[in-house]
Design a protein around this ligand. Sequence first.
Ligand SMILES: NC(=O)c1ccc[n+]([C@@H]2O[C@H](COP(=O)([O-])OP(=O)(O)OC[C@H]3O[C@@H](n4cnc5c(N)ncnc54)[C@H](OP(=O)(O)O)[C@@H]3O)[C@@H](O)[C@H]2O)c1
Length: 325
Amino acid sequence: MKALVYRRYGGPEELELADVPLPQPGEREVLVRVHATSVNGADRVLLRGEPFLVRLGMGFLRPRHATLGFDVAGRVEAVGSLVTQFRVGDDVFGASRFGAFAELVCVAEQTLVPKPCVVSFEDAAATPTAGYTALQGLRKGGIDAGQQVLIDGASGGVGTFAVQIAKAYGADVTAVCSTRNVEIVRALGASRVIDYRREDFTRDGPRYDLVLAANAYRPLSAYRRVLKPHGCYVMTGGGGVEILQAMLLGAVVSMTSSRRMGNLMAVARKSDLVVLSELLETGKIKPVIDRTVALSDVPAAIRYLEEEHARGKIVVEVEPPLATS
Ligand SMILES: NC(=O)c1ccc[n+]([C@@H]2O[C@H](COP(=O)([O-])OP(=O)(O)OC[C@H]3O[C@@H](n4cnc5c(N)ncnc54)[C@H](OP(=O)(O)O)[C@@H]3O)[C@@H](O)[C@H]2O)c1
């Protein structure tokens, strides 16, 4: 089968489309023919092997997993001997541990759910990683109806889901993004949209019950200023300094004041994928898709993600589905 592989850490030019052996599903794994996948920040980080710390888990000198790609939407091709929830021909979506930038990928039964028939493969593929990160971040922050919630980085992959999920919880959402994305984010349900190029929301503005930084661009002290007493700050992404601040200083703030501050390491869970599937099926969330590209165009898509900011997600169409299962 065809897969996008890389043999050493580096830029998108390291990725090449190659013929590789068919993956064999383990006892509790499902072999999925990939109709669509999507690009995440993690693909970029693991491609480059930066920050260097990621190499501790992913291979010190060269990548241990040759094929990136985590989100998958497709059709079941084969199942492992202990799989009980899926059959050959089922349409599914979920999160793989690597390998989704390929025609076929093995996915654990526990990180896969049925794809609702009203949801396209593209929308399903856009959702898993960014969607469960947004969901888990909001939950970690104690999201509840009626709260004042601020989403920083609202126009990216995680942020566009976070705005919609917070709204689905009944929160009043303020979103932060750049000028060109203000209208898109407003259409997702944000009551107020702050253009970070024109206004600094951490100065003299209202305070919030929950601040989710999809990408943190400010010091922790600035985010602390906009929290109400008992407010909560959760960071899902940012640079090394912001991550360290959230982990270390955030723990100090949480121990010494009524506010809670910290970061999130999101984990793929079936229960969260079920929630996302219901939200997709009922139309409460609709992925924002910047563009759809072919598997061979993933290197260019990663470059685009790095050099410009994608609006929402970049979806990769791998192999269009046949008419019906
Ligand atoms: N914790 C986890 O387990 C986990 C899981 C998945 C992803 N992540 C991480 O989460 C982060 C967000 O991912 P993503 O896919 O949503 O990223 P993204 O698509 O790059 O989104 C970036 C967002 O930040 C905004 N932004 C860019 N420059 C800014 C600036 N100078 N000031 C303020 N805002 C700015 C962008 O707005 P404009 O485009 O409008 O400028 C956009 O809304 C990444 O770091 C990713 O690695 C973490």
